[in-house]
Design a protein around this ligand. Structure first.
Ligand code: NAP
Length: 247
């Protein structure tokens, strides 16, 4: 059997109600994986569930910023062979407008929450031997954009955290990041509304292969979750359609 399959692997996907998380869950199910889906919006999670192949999948609606809901999720989680941390938000704000509340808003869900989830999961020993953890970071960590100071910082911090998991883990447990440039999701559409059509077109022109689709991220996540990447840990895979070549 191909080493890229995910048969008998139970995988938690956060942000599974939308965009990259939803497509990653669908693609994992197509490779034989059993999904544990989480996100805030139960209706959208059920839509994702309906799109999954195979059986045995579970769904837990939770606002991960609310401690009790996070703890309930941690308690209910089955033993895991993989995790994809996709939940996140993007806010654009020039540095002069930052205050503690605005910093927390972006930092919490993009950095603190995945860290707390991993701490809770590792404390409860819910990762099976050879489990694979994947964080969806962003090219912004290395190439910040104007107004994205906290988002870029949160993603840089999660990349460092992923390496720390690689170092602290035993039993073949691995951790890696995927850093996409622009991917067509609801988050992309939100960014699209904030700039002029001309600015967006000029940006898109800088991608030799065009902007990305959720499937492009999902396929990379499958590789990192599967045995095909068993000798890979602590790295960050850039997905940018060639965008950074001339940066
Ligand atoms: N799209 C891009 O161009 C791009 C580029 C680079 C990196 N990324 C990263 O990729 C990841 C996914 O982005 P996306 O484009 O797929 O965004 P999206 O379509 O807006 O999805 C975001 C997901 O995060 C969940 N979420 C947000 N706050 C949450 C909270 N407090 N508790 C639980 N879940 C929460 C949302 O849940 P609900 O729907 O239930 O609210 C949703 O499922 C993010 O980490 C983002 O930073 C995206």
């Amino acid at each position: 059997m191909t080493p890229f399959h995910l048969h008998h692997k139970t995988i938690l996907v956060t942000g599974a109600s939308s965009g990259i998380g939803r497509q990653t869950a669908i693609s994992i199910s197509e490779m034989g994986g059993i999904l544990v889906l989480t996100g805030r919006d139960e209706k959208k999670l059920k839509e994702t569930l309906a799109l999954l192949k195979g059986s045995g999948h579970q769904l837990f609606a939770a606002d991960l910023l609310i401690e009790q809901q996070r703890t309930d999720l941690l308690e209910k989680l089955p033993q895991l062979d993989g995790i994809v941390h996709s939940a996140g938000i993007v806010k654009t704000l020039p540095i002069k407008f930052l205050d503690p509340e605005k910093i927390d808003e972006t930092l919490n869900i993009n950095y603190e929450i995945p860290v707390l989830l991993m701490a809770g999961i590792m404390r409860r020993k819910k990762l099976n031997a050879k489990a694979s953890v994947v964080f969806i970071s962003s090219i912004a960590s290395q190439h910040p954009y104007r107004g994205g100071a906290v988002y870029a910082g949160a993603k840089a911090a999660i990349e460092a955290f992923s390496k720390s998991i690689s170092l602290e883990s035993s039993n073949g447990i691995r951790s890696n990041c995927i850093s996409p440039a622009m991917v067509k999701t609801p988050m992309y559409e939100m960014s699209e509304q904030k700039v002029s059509k001309e600015t967006m077109e000029a940006h898109i022109k800088q991608y030799p292969l065009g902007v990305g689709y959720p499937e492009d991220v999902a396929n990379t996540a499958i590789f990192l979750l599967s045995e095909a990447s068993r000798w890979i840990t602590g790295i960050n895979i850039t997905l940018d359609g060639g965008y950074l070549l001339e940066k």
